[in-house]
Each structure stands twice: as C-alpha cells, then as structure tokens.
Design a protein around this ligand. Sequence first.
Ligand SMILES: CC(C)(COP(=O)(O)OP(=O)(O)OC[C@H]1O[C@@H](n2cnc3c(N)ncnc32)[C@H](O)[C@@H]1OP(=O)(O)O)[C@@H](O)C(=O)NCCC(=O)NCCS
Length: 311
Amino acid sequence: MDVDDGDAGLELVHLLRRITGRLDLMAAEFAAANGLHPTDLRALIHLLDARREELAATPGWLSGKLALNSASVTALVDRLVRAGYVRRTRDNRDRRRVLLTVGDDAVRLGWSFYGGIITDMVDAMREFDGAELGVARRFLERMHDVVRADKPTNPVVRLVPLDEATTERLLTVAVHEARPIDVMPVPEGSDTWTPATENAFREFHRSHFHGANGTVMYAVESEGSLSGMIRLARVSQDEAETGMWLGRSARGKGIGTAALRALVAEAAAAGVRTIVADTTTGNAAALGALRTCGATLIHRGDDVRAELPIG
Ligand SMILES: CC(C)(COP(=O)(O)OP(=O)(O)OC[C@H]1O[C@@H](n2cnc3c(N)ncnc32)[C@H](O)[C@@H]1OP(=O)(O)O)[C@@H](O)C(=O)NCCC(=O)NCCS
C-alpha cells in the first residue's frame, strides 16, 4: 500500500481518529461514573505518568500539560485533594516549590480504567512479530511528532540539576540525538559515540554534580522528557556564563528559549547580575534564543558574545 495511491493514508488517519475518539469517550464515561470531570481524569493520568517516570510534578507543570491557567489548575487540584487522590507537599530541595503527588487510591483508579484495555491491547499485539511491532512504533512516533509540532510553541520546561540517574537519561538523549562535540569537550578526531566517549560524558558531568567547580548543569525537561542540557557557570560574584544543547528532535520548538528563561530565573535567585554566552554568527537558533531573552549581542568577526543583564 502506498499513501500516494488512492486513500490509503487518509484511511489510516481516520483509523487513528476513531481510536482516539473511542478512548476519549471511554475516559469521559469513566470520569462521570467516578464523579470526576474529564479534565480531572486527564490531570490524574499526567500525575500517574509523572509518578511512574519519577518526575517532580508541580502545579505549573500540570498547567502546561493541560493548557489551563493557574487559577483553573488550583481549583482542579483542590478537587483532587478533597477527593483524596492528590497531596500537595513541599519540595525538600526548594521549599518554595509545591509538588503534587498521587496516592495509592489514584493508582487503583488509573488501573481500573486502563488496566483492562492495556491487557487487551498487549494481548492483541501478540498477533504481530517483532519487526512488525518495530514498524508500528516508528509509525506512531512519527504521527505523534506531527501532532506535537502542530501545537503552539510555548513549551513549559523544568531544569533538573544533574545526578547519576539523570545523567544516564541525558546520555541516552545525547547518543541518539547529538554528536559528542555538541555536548562536551572532546579531543580532536574522536567525534563519534563509543564506550569511551560515553564514559567521558559521565565523568565530565559528574565533575559538576552539586555545583562542583562553580558550575551547575541542568537537564532540560519538557513534556516529561529530557531534551538536553543547560549550564550556569559562575565566573565571579556577579557574573555567570551559560551554554546549552538540545537533541535534534527538540530543536526549533521554543524549548531553548524557555530553558534560557528558566535559567535566568535560577541565576537571579542565586544573586547573579549578568549572564554571558559565546556563540558564532552562524548559530541563528542560539542567537535568537539569547536575543529573545534580552541579551545584547557583541559581534567580533564570526564570534558573538552575548550579555544578558538580570533584574
Ligand atoms: C541553540 C539551541 C539550544 C536553541 O534552542 P531551540 O529550542 O532550537 O531554539 P528556539 O526554538 O527556542 O528558537 C530560538 C530562536 O531561534 C530561531 N531559530 C530556531 N531554530 C532556527 C534555525 N534552525 N534557523 C534559524 N532560526 C532558528 C527561532 O525562530 C527563535 O527565534 P525568535 O525568538 O526570534 O522566534 C538548539 O538549537 C541547539 O541545541 N543547537 C545545537 C547546539 C548549540 O548550537 N548550542 C549552542 C551553543 S552556543
């Protein structure tokens, strides 16, 4: 079957629409039967995903996921807290931050909705061999990319200071979506991923855990996935330097600009007055992100120094 012949492509689009439509209807019926608003159920599912992926969920993160303003999210979280599904707790690392955690009741509720359908779907997948499932995965990921790219680009990002576990997740992104030279200093001529460059990546990032050597490295998290890294390197009492990289599939969607904005907030809280960055005239995306965040660009031949005042 060829999508350019007849309506084969369109038929697949209709099938996808039927599946999502049916799932939406099931979710609405299930929410009503349990005294929940459909959006409350969507919120619970995002929070359950966050729990499974060990992500810290905040009200801001949830409002990005649901495309709701903060007043609506506050009311929604109040309802879920009253129903006993969600708890508000303080982040131990940052006492100003409120975290949303789901309790066992929510896990049971989620399982009673999805458990049956997941089991049935996995059973039905046994009709396909590994190669066919590989194609199905590639197809679905590609379709997911399309609907994601359609969304307005105002992504919500979270900066996660690196530790062992996050560094491993970041390494996976780097290996699949970037070159070693994009993500760390590498000796000339060794710009491919090998077990040795992967270890060099681990060592390089470990050497900055907990702000060691004056540099804090953050994984950039967007929509629950890691997209890349941004760093804040203290140069003096008032000044810090930054640099960042994103995996190829995350570029050009506003994530770099959003990460830089989040870094400016971190820097302001740490008393930094100016952030500087070095790039080149050819790096339109880096220049665009810096300019949008308010940097002055100073050109010296092909080199560009950006100075971003804070406060
Ligand atoms: C540089 C980088 C971090 C920017 O992040 P990003 O998420 O891709 O950038 P954004 O989507 O936020 O876009 C920032 C601006 O650049 C523009 N832009 C993005 N990609 C572009 C491209 N390929 N060509 C031209 N302009 C581009 C955007 O339109 C936006 O400009 P605007 O604010 O005026 O609309 C990312 O592209 C990257 O990782 N590149 C490879 C590594 C790298 O070069 N790091 C920087 C070293 S200094």
